[in-house]
Write a protein that binds this ligand. Structure first.
Ligand code: ELE
Length: 204
């Protein structure tokens, strides 16, 4: 199954403390969200990936902020089953193919989308979504580029997610709102579970 079809929302997670990783993944799962993208933005991100992969195998685990081929290999070595990048380069596409995992590479323009298509990638992250034209931009791509599907991410919230999810070329959206910093720091995983439950119900 495509990464875009796992859940209406892919939670984008920035985690400082690996001790929070497993309870956070379990809270998302308890809320009905069986996928998460853990960003490689913190020094302990690979450790958090390893713990989630080992202890919460039911969650479809991905790694975000992969900006170099080495990030892709490190993330997959730590247990990531898909990788996400804010942009699209031939070396990232090649690294994901070598590693045998799907890559959701970011694009923000029509030319970038066409370049991705030339590299054989037709499922893309639209990033940064709100700043790059939002749902209206993606709606305009539908007829000239019918073969492309998107996961808009960047500025997507519970309030504007339905506008994206209503589009025929959007598989899911990505966003950080399911795992607010203050809730994660306080260990308030009931709040994460409730936000996940609301997100899981956005379409379906
Ligand atoms: O880390 C990456 O690879 C990124 O591309 C950035 C994230 O997708 C955004 O940071 C989403 O964050 P929100 O806008 O708060 O939902």
């Amino acid at each position: 199954m495509s990464v875009l079809d796992l859940s209406p929302v892919i939670p984008v997670v920035v985690l400082d403390d690996p001790d929070r990783a497993v309870p956070l993944a379990r809270a998302l799962l308890a809320g009905g969200v069986g996928v998460l993208e853990l960003t490689l933005r913190t020094p302990t991100a690979l450790e958090s990936l390893r713990r989630i992969a080992a202890e919460v195998p039911d969650v479809h685990l991905g790694a975000g902020t992969c900006v170099r081929p080495a990030d892709v290999h490190a993330a997959v070595g730590a247990g990531a089953r898909f990788v996400v990048s804010p942009g699209t380069t031939p070396s990232l596409v090649a690294a994901a193919r070598d590693a045998g995992v799907p890559l959701l590479p970011g694009v923000a323009t029509v030319s970038e989308a066409l370049q991705a298509l030339e590299m054989g990638v037709s499922e893309l992250k639209f990033f940064p979504a709100e700043q790059s034209g939002g749902a209206a931009f993606l709606a305009a791509l539908r007829s000239p580029l019918p073969g492309l599907r998107f996961c808009p991410t960047g500025g997507v919230t519970a309030a504007n997610a339905p506008d994206y999810l209503a589009l025929g070329n959007v598989g899911c959206v990505g966003g950080s709102w399911l795992t607010p910093d203050d809730a994660v720091r306080a260990g308030d995983f009931d709040r994460v579970r409730d936000l996940a439950a609301a997100a899981a119900g956005l379409r379906g």
